[in-house]
Design a binder for this molecule. Structure first.
Ligand SMILES: CC(C)(COP(=O)(O)OP(=O)(O)OC[C@H]1O[C@@H](n2cnc3c(N)ncnc32)[C@H](O)[C@@H]1OP(=O)(O)O)[C@@H](O)C(=O)NCCC(=O)NCCS
Length: 206
């Protein structure tokens, strides 16, 4: 896969992490949120029922709880336990928030392992209704997966959705990945799950 984004990363200050990932294909930037402007942009994206109705983790949260979640994302932990991005569309000289993407969870591949285990991430994406069907969701998820595997060193990236979520299913199928239809619905309401392993991802598109 040819490089399709550039990035600036500085995680030396966990309270003020700098991560900005810029697409080379679309006017799209992902950044770890910083400042009250980003917190309020994220809160309003999460507060839009159209964006979260299928996500059991936030669908019933209050505005205050969503603000707290958004503020938490302005910081990171060591070792990393999540990394979420505000999705910004470049409009002339300004950047317009259009959604969010990232890893809501980062942790050991094998949570029961007593020894240090390779790390995995659970990826997701949300695009505001007005910005949908323009390729932003696919591009953002592609950036999140690639950045997670190449730059954060994740051994695998997991993605789950509900089988009724046609848009998300189509978006992931575009990567050419087979899903594992689960008989079990997880706590987020997902019954379709994909696991992207590092070695498989690195040869995709070669
Ligand atoms: C799912 C979602 C992220 C898609 O974002 P998007 O920016 O519209 O997606 P893209 O424009 O990159 O589309 C990717 C592919 O999916 C297809 N697609 C997107 N939405 C679709 C829909 N509602 N029905 C059918 N196909 C759809 C596109 O046509 C495209 O396929 P193509 O290349 O063959 O044309 C967006 O609809 C969304 O935010 N939904 C609510 C939140 C959500 O469900 N997130 C996923 C949680 S697991």
């Amino acid at each position: 896969m040819k490089p399709f984004y550039t990035h600036t990363t500085d995680l030396s200050d966990l309270d003020h992490p700098v991560v900005e990932i810029r697409s080379l294909a679309l006017p799209l930037t992902l950044r770890v949120p910083h400042g009250e402007g980003d917190v309020s942009a994220l809160t309003s994206i999460l507060n839009n029922e159209e964006n979260t109705k299928d996500d059991l983790s936030v669908a019933t949260a209050s505005k205050e709880e969503l603000e707290e979640i958004s503020r938490k994302w302005t910081k990171v932990t060591h070792p990393l336990s999540y990394m979420n991005f505000l999705m910004l569309m470049t409009e002339g000289a300004s950047l317009e928030p259009i959604g969010l993407a990232g890893m809501g969870w980062i942790g050991p591949v094998n949570q029961a392992a007593e020894q240090a285990s390779p790390q995995a991430g659970a990826a997701g994406v949300v695009v505001n209704p007005s910005a949908r069907r323009k390729g932003y969701g696919h591009e953002a998820l592609r950036m999140v997966i690639d950045y997670g595997i190449r730059e954060l060193g994740l051994a695998e990236v997991r993605i789950g959705t509900n089988s009724k979520n046609t848009g998300m299913k189509r978006l992931i199928e575009r990567f050419g990945l087979k899903f594992e239809a689960g008989a079990v619905v997880d706590k987020f309401g997902n019954d379709f799950n994909w696991t992207i392993r590092r070695d498989d991802w690195l040869v995709l598109g070669e």
